[in-house]
Design a protein around this ligand. Sequence first.
Ligand code: ADP
Ligand code: MG
Length: 380
Amino acid sequence: MQAIKLGKFLNFTAEIEVESPGRINLIGEHIDYNGGFVLPTAIDKVIHFKLKKRKDNLIHVESIGFENPLKTEINNLNKSAISWHNYLIGVLHYINLLCPNKIQGFDCIFKSNLPVGSGISSSAALECGFAKGVNELLKLNLSNQDIISLCQRAEHDFAGTKCGIMDQYAVINGLENHFLLLNCQKITHKLVPAQLLKHKIVLLNTNISHNLSTSEYNIRTKECQSALNCIQVKYPEYKFLCDVPLEIINEFKTNLPSNHYKRAVFTSEENQRTLKAVNFLKDGDVVQLGNLLYSSHKGLRDLYEVSCKELDFLVEFTRNISSIKGARMMGGGFGGCTLNIVKEDYITHFINDISEAYLKKFNIKLTPHIVKTNNGVKVL
Ligand code: ADP
Ligand code: MG
């Protein structure tokens, strides 16, 4: 079945082809929607799209390995019971608002080697790659900024995740050998060379998805907003939770519900960690950088409460191994991947050991990915 479908992909004569990468985030988790600094970049795992125009107004989209191709028309864009359709329908809806009467019929087929639901943002890769493909195919002249923001809105309103801007931004703007120090208030970035001095980034996919990720994600965004609202009664000058210094958050320790207080502390500390990480990267201090990853994980586990036993096990396993400089959960949480900074000559050994231990503990196979930084979405 898969081979037949792949044949279909290979035989599809495209007018436009687009490659859309997943992303990692070195540090600065869950703070893009709190006005923080984050440190993502695109990676060498991608969704490959092919598109061509049709003579009628139909829109057909097929994803290799997924059932139920999307068959729709621009005048008939309703939410679908098939969840993956909604990312694309959302993108088409917002493109249509920006470019009325410009969307004509087309066929699209895509294949992916991005793990789905693992915190590597297959969703943003899907939205942004599709939007870029449609933009190029139909010559709509949307800017990258337009694409980032319409894809975020598609994810909010059609897929139902109230995500920040980081995923779409990194998928579009990633740059090989660099991280993006993304200022989520100004929506601008500075490039930081990804010099890890004979270390590589290894992702370990727990292959766990606790189905909490969307609901808990949206709960966290609300908790942070409530914490900020409470602080703003006394300190209206703070517009974002990440900007509130720890001393001020501590003034509210008894006023805030304890979970809101913990979210606020995490947010403020994580933002500071991102800025420190940039300095350590610039100084080539991989040890200190790695320590920040461990602190980030601790905060995500104890204060933000988005980890799970499988992620915690994988992070703890790496402690006190000198060839591993740091590890933390990455992405929304409750499953997905850990990100590890591992000395190059230790990677094989590490993957063997930790896979065996994980299998023994949880009876689940771990999926490792040694990732490279990559450029953002590109038209091939
Ligand atoms: P993540 O972005 O971390 O991978 P999400 O839950 O945000 O996790 O997004 C995963 C969803 O994106 C999938 O459940 C599916 O609906 C959609 N998706 C991702 N990749 C594909 C693909 N290749 N084909 C169809 N849908 C996809
Ligand atoms: Mg996602």
